[in-house]
Design a binder for this molecule. Structure first.
Ligand SMILES: Cc1cc2nc3c(=O)[nH]c(=O)nc-3n(C[C@H](O)[C@H](O)[C@H](O)COP(=O)(O)OP(=O)(O)OC[C@H]3O[C@@H](n4cnc5c(N)ncnc54)[C@H](O)[C@@H]3O)c2cc1C
Length: 363
């Protein structure tokens, strides 16, 4: 049994608390924002679990973690007492006729990223109409990626918070803490899950550098529209995804801007998101905009997630989940639990064989 303090209760902080609470540890968690998770990147995210589509530009490690996490999420969500939105019916990629060249490049990258396999089905107008009547006659072709899924980010964050509280984790919501403060005050094991909030400490303790990448999304309510899986639009300037959640709510995203500015969504980004959405189907013209939101994706130079370990100071740092946090967090957090166990048992693992993650051991 160990005394553990988790810094940051966004996606990874809550998941670590959830996984570790299955053992007899005494755990406390400090989160700057509320129990809803409103200060995390995870609160803004679309929560798509899309390792096939992300193969276009994600690293092989991220893809492998993404595939492993699909089943892990199913187990986690099914083990929670509340019934949560979870969909594993694939996703559809579409493009306008003039963008056919982009679709060809996309399919080549998709194939390359998925080890040479043609992981998609080619859909024609009839297939699209049959499967998504509200996109009838909008697109001549599409790629259907069968094994992808999505969650509801906000439901998942809240359900995890309820589960860890019920399991006895002492959660201090609305409480910002610093790493120095906690490590000077206690002899606890510390797990730093502060995402972008860990930037200063992260950038002074190891090689890879952490930065935030701004992402903007819209949430709209469109009672006339039903989509049974996420849709991505390939576009030379304004690529877009539409992630349908429960009750006709759609998360529309997302910009990817090299900036750590967390201020409100710009007019330009709002216009781009809305005009791409309208171009997918004008039925969205009467949708109501519920929210425009910004988040910073915690990103490392190499675009992989990283688990750093300082054995002497008893600190595990988890960061760099970038734009794939939901897609990979279960596998990353399970690997972090295994290195934690290995340290408790007195033999420090250098690599997690199951996930392929190499731990970064620092002094
Ligand atoms: C626009 C957008 C869309 C996205 N879409 C997807 C998607 O579709 N699929 C996907 O897989 N991923 C997506 N992501 C990525 C995903 O949200 C992140 O990778 C993930 O949230 C990172 O998890 P984290 O726990 O490291 O950071 P966060 O979720 O940001 O959590 C960090 C937490 O630490 C807290 N914190 C910071 N400093 C302190 C402090 N000093 N004291 C206490 N607490 C502190 C913060 O309040 C926050 O709650 C998206 C991200 C954005 C921004």
């Amino acid at each position: 049994m160990a005394q553990i303090t988790i810094l940051g209760g966004g996606l990874t902080g809550r998941l670590m608390a959830f996984l570790l609470s299955k053992q007899e540890h005494s755990i406390r968690l400090f989160e700057y924002g509320s129990k809803d998770g409103d200060h995390s990147a995870a609160f803004v995210a679309a929560a798509m679990l899309a390792p096939m589509a992300e193969a276009v530009d994600a690293t092989p490690l991220v893809l492998s973690l993404g595939y492993q996490s699909l089943d892990l999420w199913k187990n986690i969500i099914n083990s929670l007492p509340q019934k949560l939105f979870m969909q594993f019916s694939g996703s559809l990629i579409v493009w306008h006729a003039q963008d056919i060249d982009i679709s060809k490049r996309f399919s080549q990258q998709l194939q390359r990223g998925n080890g040479g396999k043609e992981v998609w089905q080619n859909w024609n107008t009839n297939d699209i109409t049959q499967n998504k009547p509200q996109l009838a006659n909008r697109f001549a072709q599409g790629f259907y990626l069968p094994t992808e899924g999505q969650l509801d980010n906000r439901q998942t964050l809240l359900a995890l918070a309820n589960a860890i509280e019920a399991a006895g984790v002492k959660c201090h919501w609305n409480t910002a803490v610093s790493l120095d403060e906690i490590s000077n005050q206690t002899n606890d094991w510390i797990i730093d899950c502060r995402g972008f909030g860990a930037k200063n400490d992260w950038n002074t303790t190891g090689k890879s550098k952490l930065r935030g990448i701004r992402g903007e999304v819209a949430r709209v309510y469109a009672p006339e529209i039903t989509l049974n899986r996420p849709v991505r639009l390939l576009h030379p300037r304004y690529p877009l995804y539409i992630a349908p959640k429960e009750n006709h709510i759609f998360v529309i995203g997302a910009t990817q801007i090299e900036s750590e500015d967390e201020s409100n969504v710009s007019v330009r980004s709002g216009l781009e998101l809305m005009s791409s959405l309208y171009a997918v189907t004008p039925l969205f013209g009467e949708a109501r905009i519920l929210e425009l939101a910004t988040g910073l994706r915690p990103t490392l130079d190499h675009h992989d997630p990283e688990i750093r370990v300082n054995k002497d100071k008893k600190i595990i740092y988890i960061n760099g989940l970038f734009r794939h946090g939901f897609m990979i967090a279960p596998a990353v957090c399970e690997a972090a639990c295994r290195i934690f166990d290995s340290m408790l048992n007195g033999h420090l693992m250098e690599k997690d064989e199951k996930t392929g993650i190499t731990f970064n051991i620092i002094e």
